[in-house]
Design a protein around this ligand. Structure first.
Ligand SMILES: NC(=O)c1ccc[n+]([C@@H]2O[C@H](COP(=O)([O-])OP(=O)(O)OC[C@H]3O[C@@H](n4cnc5c(N)ncnc54)[C@H](OP(=O)(O)O)[C@@H]3O)[C@@H](O)[C@H]2O)c1
Length: 287
């Protein structure tokens, strides 16, 4: 199977227009390793070449790097796959806590290299600004790691336009990963900034997050439009993102192969301008 490809910002890399988020394979409620590897292989069979992970996709600090190790194992014989990882969060007792200290980020990146079995990470993203550490100091660590060749491209996650402006002159930002979906338009200003600056925008929780993804079809507008095109509500939600901007590469999460197989086909759905306009109103109603 093939999926249309998109440029990952100005990196020169071309990746499948739909990526896969690895988080559901490694946090609480995760499937067995065997099932997880099957899901990743289903994604590959569908033509997906872009996988999003993080060192923190695990149960707790004793399990750090679980998702990176799983992806590395599943993707061993698949050099076409590009893995983007993140550092900057820790998991004490399963909580999510930021750590943007430069020394920590250096160690985290080196641990990710080991977990992924790589000499260099194609896209390394700072997971979340740490209120306890000046943002520029965290970015400085990424710039150093890039100079040393440990990461090729740097991305930022959970950032504002002000953060992106601050990053100028410290690091070239290849991608931004913020929450965005039909129901949450809070990062539209960041998306516009990315479009204007040739930065890839990787919307996370594109199906409204793990706990709500299965039920998005209960929205009447979404359900009617999905029925009209004879596709799933999730495919419409992903097609809406793809049509919203050429900078967007959605990264739907999946623990089941059937979920990612369905999501991968969203790139085939072409929504009319009228349907796009109506879908836009869903998020505006939530704002
Ligand atoms: N940077 C950050 O701070 C941040 C935060 C959250 C997430 N992320 C990244 O973004 C990725 C996606 O976000 P997310 O996992 O939170 O939420 P999501 O993609 O909105 O929803 C994920 C859930 O959607 C279900 N699903 C996927 N495709 C489906 C389909 N076609 N039909 C029905 N259900 C479908 C999956 O169910 P099954 O599990 O049953 O297959 C999965 O658990 C994550 O995996 C992670 O890589 C980043």
């Amino acid at each position: 199977m093939t999926i249309p490809h998109r440029q990952l910002g100005s990196t020169g890399l071309s990746v499948s227009a739909i990526g896969m988020g690895g988080m559901p394979l490694s946090i609480s409620g995760r499937p067995s390793e065997e099932e997880g590897i099957k899901t990743i292989h289903t994604a590959l069979e569908q033509g997906i070449t872009f996988f999003d992970t993080a060192n923190a996709y695990c149960l707790n600090n004793d399990d750090f790097g679980h998702n990176e190790r799983l992806l590395a194992k599943a993707l061993q014989q698949h050099p076409q796959a590009i893995v983007a990882t993140k550092g900057g969060l820790t998991r004490p007792d399963g909580r999510w806590e930021p750590n943007g200290h430069p020394d920590y980020l250096r160690q985290a990146c080196e641990d990710s290299l080991l977990a992924l079995g790589l000499d260099s990470i194609v896209l390394y993203q700072f997971h979340r600004p740490d209120p306890a550490v000046p943002f520029a100091e965290s970015l400085g660590a990424l710039a150093e790691l890039q100079k040393e060749g440990k990461l090729i491209h740097a991305g930022l996650s959970n950032v504002s336009v002000a953060h992106l402006e601050e990053a100028k002159g410290i690091i070239e930002v290849a991608s931004v990963q913020n929450r965005m979906n039909l129901f949450d338009h809070s990062s539209i200003d960041v998306l516009k900034y990315c479009e204007a600056n040739q930065i890839a925008f990787l919307p996370y929780s594109p199906l409204n997050g793990i706990s709500k993804a299965g039920q998005i079809g209960s929205n009447p507008v979404l359900s009617r439009i999905a029925n009209k095109y004879e596709v799933s509500a999730q495919q419409v939600a992903l097609a809406w993102l793809l049509q919203l901007s050429p900078a967007i590469i959605p990264i739907p999460g999946a623990s089941r192969g059937s979920s990612i197989a369905n999501s991968a086909k969203a790139a085939e759905v072409v929504l009319s301008a009228e349907d796009m306009a109506e879908l836009n109103t869903i998020g505006q109603q939530q704002a």
